[in-house]
Design a protein around this ligand. Structure first.
Ligand SMILES: [Fe+2]
Ligand SMILES: [Fe+2]
Length: 207
């Protein structure tokens, strides 16, 4: 006999999947938004890169939404915040700010928190959702890499130090500090050394 799960666990699982679906849906829009707004002022490979990101995000959304349906839910079943969309509106006219905030802060934050979510699904016996998140996690490293690559390209063009410029833009366009612990291994694989994010971290107060 299958073990009966507590309803609370199932609800938590659905809420977590719903939050991920919401992020992926926004990410599809953001990938194509960056092309529409800035593709004409950038090299052709910029557009190619973000089309591949948008393609990944659409696959991620479908994976998570299908999983939600298998768990007797669907995208739209729960309320969702609009923080991601707010950040994109605020950076709509500024490509370096958009790259700094969306892939290099928000998607990089995804790399920090996803391994714990994978463990949470595994712990609740939901191996299918854990594997979906594992797929997303691997692809997101590449998205952070693409964002960082183009940010560095712009920094080089205007002869700015990329790390210092990143600090300035994040302080200006992103509300709040970056939250440790950071997934340094994944961020390094994405081409983002600690010098970008460590100086922007929340300072922990000693008790
Ligand atoms: Fe994604
Ligand atoms: Fe992404």
């Amino acid at each position: 006999m299958p073990r009966r799960r507590k309803a609370g666990n199932d609800n938590n699982r659905r809420a977590l999947l719903h939050a991920v679906a919401h992020i992926e849906l926004n990410a599809i829009d953001l990938a194509f938004d960056i092309i529409a707004r800035f593709g004409n002022i950038m090299p052709r490979s910029f557009t190619d890169d973000w089309i591949s990101v948008g393609d990944d995000e659409a696959r991620h959304f479908a994976l998570v939404n299908n999983r939600l349906k298998a768990c007797e839910s669907f995208y739209g079943d729960l309320p969702a915040h609009d923080g991601l969309w707010q950040s994109s509106k605020e950076t709509a006219k500024n490509l370096p700010a958009r790259l700094a905030v969306v892939p290099m802060v928000l998607e990089a934050r995804g790399l920090d928190v996803t391994p714990a979510m994978i463990k949470q699904f595994e712990g609740s016996g939901d191996q299918i959702s854990a594997e979906i998140l594992q797929t997303i996690y691997a692809d997101e490293i590449d998205h952070v890499r693409i964002g960082t690559k183009w940010f560095n390209f712009l920094a080089d063009k205007v002869k700015k130090d990329p790390e210092l410029w990143f600090h300035d833009l994040v302080r200006q366009y992103f509300r709040g500090h970056l939250k440790p612990p950071f997934n340094t291994a994944a961020r390094t694989r994405a081409g983002m050394p600690t010098g970008y994010y460590q100086p922007l971290a929340v300072k922990k107060h000693k008790v």
